[in-house]
Design a protein around this ligand. Structure first.
Ligand SMILES: Nc1ncnc2c1ncn2[C@@H]1O[C@H](COP(=O)(O)OP(=O)(O)OP(=O)(O)O)[C@@H](O)[C@H]1O
Length: 313
């Protein structure tokens, strides 16, 4: 039995400009114990898919289960199997951290879990904040409480919706250490993030969504291996001519250009010289997940799974 199963999931919204298909036939399974990444640009449908999974929104078509429980017909069991760390920070400001966690436990009918609450506070670096009122906490600390709150009932499936958006390096490390440990102990993790280096480091398998459709789904290692070729990285103060700039990823002075092979590197360097682009700190490296992601997102839309090679060719 998969930990999570999406079968033919579609979701439409009625807007001023007609019907929007936010999810369009999404089907995939996440096995028990996987650390699974769900990636996609803004508006791809990630949050919509997670809302359907957590029973916060209904799919227009299709079927979703968590640990075998249908999220509509068997909602309480499906919801209990899930620990959702939402994007937004919403708390009652008058309770302390420990009270907040006790109340959440009560919501799931869990009692006598003080030892686990202590473990959560410890693991998330909140031990000295147990008695602090929620309104006294910084944004980063509140986010830690949000994670603890999602885990009070020891759910077998943990869903993290962009948990590190705008949080500092220390919290990211605490969070990933803690979640990685839970995953090692058997928890299934579904993560959405815009930080592709996090997804590359943590996720065993990744699905990429684009305009409501799954456009890539494979083991992270296979996605990276399929991105054969190299990336030319250098710095420059000069503007690239448009015919070169359109193939480049430019971040300030840093330029990255994907090339197929060694011959293509030579050709690209010759073209840069010809265009009088002075380059500094030249490096030739392997494509990372960000490169893979961008090539897949730029490819013409047609759903493909397990065939990133074709998408990138
Ligand atoms: N309640 C709603 N009513 C109408 N349209 C909506 C609603 N919620 C989401 N949408 C639309 O559905 C599409 C998918 O949105 P969604 O929030 O799921 O994307 P996302 O992948 O989570 O994006 P982001 O990375 O920005 O969080 C978008 O076009 C969005 O504008």
């Amino acid at each position: 039995m998969p930990a999570v199963s999406f079968q033919g999931v579609a979701k439409t919204y009625q807007g001023a400009r007609g019907t929007l298909r936010a999810l369009d036939g999404v089907s995939f399974d996440i096995a028990e114990g996987e650390f699974f990444g769900l990636l996609g640009p803004n508006g791809a449908g990630k949050t919509t898919l997670i809302s359907v999974l957590a029973g916060l929104g209904r799919a227009t078509e299709g079927c979703v289960t968590v640990m075998g429980h249908d999220v509509v017909s068997d909602y309480p069991a499906a919801r209990r199997a899930l620990g959702l760390v939402p994007q937004e920070l919403v708390f009652d400001p008058f309770f302390s951290v420990r009270e907040t966690l006790r109340i959440q436990s009560g919501y799931f009918g869990v009692r006598g879990n003080e030892a686990w609450i202590d473990e959560l506070l410890q693991g998330l670096g909140l031990a000295d904040k147990a008695h602090a009122n929620m309104r006294q906490l910084s944004g980063g600390m509140k986010r830690r409480v949000l994670v603890a709150q999602a885990l009070v009932h020891k759910p077998p499936v943990i869903v993290l919706d962009e948990p590190t958006a705008g949080v500092d390096v220390e919290l990211r490390q605490t969070l990933w250490q803690f979640v990685a440990q839970l995953n090692k102990q058997g928890s299934t993790v579904l993560l959405t993030t815009h930080y592709l280096e996090e997804a590359e480091a943590l996720c065993g398998r990744i699905a990429m969504l684009k305009a409501g459709k799954v456009v890539a789904l494979d083991r992270t290692a296979n996605l990276l291996a399929a991105a054969s070729g190299s990336v030319l990285r250098f710095k420059t103060d000069d503007a690239l001519p448009p015919h070169l700039a359109e193939h480049a990823r430019i971040t300030g002075r840093m330029v990255q250009i994907r090339t197929k092979d060694a011959q293509a590197v030579e050709t690209m360097l010759a073209k840069l010289r010809e265009a009088n682009v002075r380059i500094e700190d030249l490096e030739i490296g392997r494509a990372d997940l960000e490169e893979v992601f961008l090539s897949i997102m730029q490819a013409p839309s047609s759903p493909r799974t397990g065939t990133a090679q074709e998408v990138l060719a």
